[in-house]
Design a protein around this ligand. Structure first.
Ligand SMILES: [Zn+2]
Length: 449
């Protein structure tokens, strides 16, 4: 007797789609296709697409850290509702810098997540020696900042070279926030000297040049050392292209981007201020800029999409001035919806959506083929999608503690209607189901080596 059969859906993979029944036993995909066996539960999924659950490889749930902004209970519920079955989380306010801090965080989260989760760790410039032990303890990636941000110190070129050499020997994967320290500092000094506090400081302070210079340096050091590195939240085409050149030269690099770099305009910050303060900031100036990003995602130069979910409530966003209010946007529950809509609009194939949201992040961070695929033997993490459902994104539907979304008022076509983690239903019709604690910690590839 099987546990579950999902009948009549069209399965979407990066390499094509086909109608097939999906059979689940003991939390795993037992078989795909016709099977002469009864199941304890049968779900009729006619008219729906079955996707591998989304792997959102860059979220901040601030647990522990700043539970007034988000915690794992709310963040993972929002993830489930949005079709996300695995998150990779790290929190700047309570960084994980050694193996003991990682073990403590895993223990803290034992009963707090509805979806499966892996954990990133932070590189501190004076603690590079701790990296190999941190990696083998199971960190999913080692997060590096090239400029001091969110209270995390900058790793400058000399330390970065050391850190990537050490990481390359250990086989570690880095996730790198690329903005040049010297350029952002000079911009901040000049803007403050001019007594600027208007919302226009954000794109001037966090400039295209600062991002491009840092990304070029990181990509080059990745090639020189052979360290595996992901360029985080890549915001505009020249950065994608300069990383692509180092990839073509053999560097083990990947290019992450996020929906805000495909949907939000640079000038929105002038009207919305704190609610568009995130970094790198939005860069789109016109429709052609958005087309250029979609082309790079479709072609695979942007390898994968994450959210960089970093919520604050409206009240928290309004604390202080534009210099001191929190960076970040909520988004873990809207990313799949926005990408489904892009597929509906014909900007990108549904197969590539599955590749960029599911298979690629699972592969990069060592979770594949347990995650990121519906092949037999994989975890039965399934997101059932109605590709034709039209709705308007609204603040009232947001489950994150943020309570708002920068995409409010936007009509999207395509919605997650049921989300399963290891065969258990964790969300239906945008509402979470079941108790936190079902989600398990997934050690990174260093722990499995
Ligand atoms: Zn982030």
């Amino acid at each position: 007797m099987l546990d579950l059969t999902i009948r009549g859906a069209v399965l979407v993979t990066p390499r094509g789609r086909f109608a097939a029944d999906l059979h689940v036993q003991d939390g795993k995909v037992a078989a795909v296709g016709a099977l002469d066996a009864q199941a304890a539960r049968v779900i009729d999924a006619g008219g729906l697409l079955a996707l591998p659950g989304v792997v959102d490889s860059h979220v901040h749930f601030m647990d522990p850290g700043d539970a007034a902004r988000e915690d794992f209970v709310t963040g993972s519920a929002a993830a489930a509702a949005g079709g996300v079955t695995t998150v990779i989380e790290h929190t700047h306010g309570a960084p994980v810098r050694d193996a003991e801090e990682l073990r403590r965080k895993v223990a803290h989260l034992r009963r707090r997540s509805l979806v499966d989760f892996a954990l990133g760790a932070h590189v501190w410039p004076d603690r590079v020696g701790d990296l190999p032990a941190l990696w083998t303890a199971g960190a999913a990636y080692l997060k590096v900042f090239t400029c001091e941000t969110h209270g995390v110190p900058a790793v400058l070129a000399g330390d970065l070279l050391q850190c990537f050499r050490t990481g390359a020997r250990a086989g570690a994967t880095f996730l790198v926030h690329c903005e040049d320290q010297a350029i952002t500092r000079e911009r901040e000094r000049a803007l403050r000297a001019a007594a600027r506090t208007d919302y226009g400081v954000i794109p001037e302070w966090r400039s295209r040049e600062a991002e491009a210079v840092a990304a070029a340096e990181v990509a080059l050091i990745a090639r020189l050392t052979g360290a595996r590195a992901v360029i985080a939240h890549t915001s505009h085409p020249p950065v994608v292209d300069l990383v692509a050149r180092e990839r073509a030269a053999g560097a083990p690099l990947w290019v992450e981007s996020c929906p805000q770099y495909f949907y939000l305009r640079e000038n929105e910050v002038l009207a919305h201020g704190p609610f568009r303060k995130f970094t790198p900031p939005a860069r789109l100036r016109d429709a052609a800029d958005a087309d250029a990003m979609w082309r790079r995602l479709a072609a695979g130069a942007i390898t994968h999409i994450s959210t960089d979910h970093a919520p604050s409530t409206r009240a928290q966003k309004l604390e202080g001035d534009i210099w001191t209010c929190h960076f970040g946007l909520p988004g873990v529950e809207t990313t799949l919806a926005l990408l489904l809509d892009a597929a509906h609009e014909g900007r990108i194939a549904m197969e590539r959506v599955v590749d960029a949201l599911c298979e690629q992040p699972a592969r990069i961070y060592g979770l594949y083929p347990r995650k990121g695929t519906l092949a037999p033997g994989a975890d039965a993490d399934v997101t059932l999608v109605d590709p034709a459902r039209s709705r308007v994104l609204a603040d009232a539907d947001v489950l994150s503690k943020a309570g708002w979304t920068p995409y409010a008022g936007r009509r999207v076509v395509g919605a997650a209607v049921m989300t399963f983690v290891r065969g258990r239903l964790v969300a239906r019709e945008g509402r979470p189901e079941g108790d936190p604690g079902w989600g398990e910690w997934l050690p990174g590839r260093g722990a499995m080596a």
